[in-house]
Design a binder for this molecule. Structure first.
Ligand SMILES: N=c1c2ncn([C@@H]3O[C@H](COP(=O)(O)OP(=O)(O)OP(=O)(O)O)[C@@H](O)[C@H]3O)c2ncn1[C@@H]1O[C@H](COP(=O)(O)O)[C@@H](O)[C@H]1O
Length: 106
């Protein structure tokens, strides 16, 4: 999971120097932050609609679109996905659940 995000982040970083005519991501960077944020808003709405409809396949598809556009925003802001994953790990650690799970494994 984190490997996919890291590898995709590398591709998104490389797209900063790509031709907007040939790359969707380069086109988004070229349009700027507002265009990226607009896509996040649209994909979030589409995810909500898919969940309300209870359409399992569509929920997965739209959530992937939402996560992807959030990743584009992070990279545009110079933030690596690992920073977000570390924050989630930190919260998980704080909750004590990780520790309990590790003890149960022994
Ligand atoms: N994971 C994705 C990915 N997920 C979604 N999308 C694009 O996000 C858009 C989703 O928007 P919509 O559903 O609203 O569809 P749309 O009407 O075509 O969108 P707009 O043109 O209106 O923005 C589509 O154009 C999808 O192709 C993605 N585009 C690219 N990637 C990855 O990013 C990498 C770099 O992409 P390029 O920059 O195109 O080479 C690729 O190798 C892929 O792995």
């Amino acid at each position: 999971m984190s490997a996919v995000l890291s590898q995709l982040a590398e591709v998104l970083e490389a797209r900063k120097g790509a031709d907007p005519k040939e790359s969707y991501v380069a086109r988004l960077y070229d349009k700027g932050l507002d265009a990226i944020l607009k896509k996040i808003g649209e994909e979030a709405t589409e995810t909500v609609i898919a969940a309300k409809d209870g359409d399992r396949q569509q929920i997965v598809y739209e959530t992937a679109d939402l996560w992807f556009h959030c990743l584009v925003m992070l990279m545009q802001q110079g933030i690596r996905p690992e920073e977000v994953l570390s924050e989630l790990e930190r919260r998980f650690g704080l909750s004590g659940i990780a520790e309990k799970a590790a003890r149960a494994d022994k």
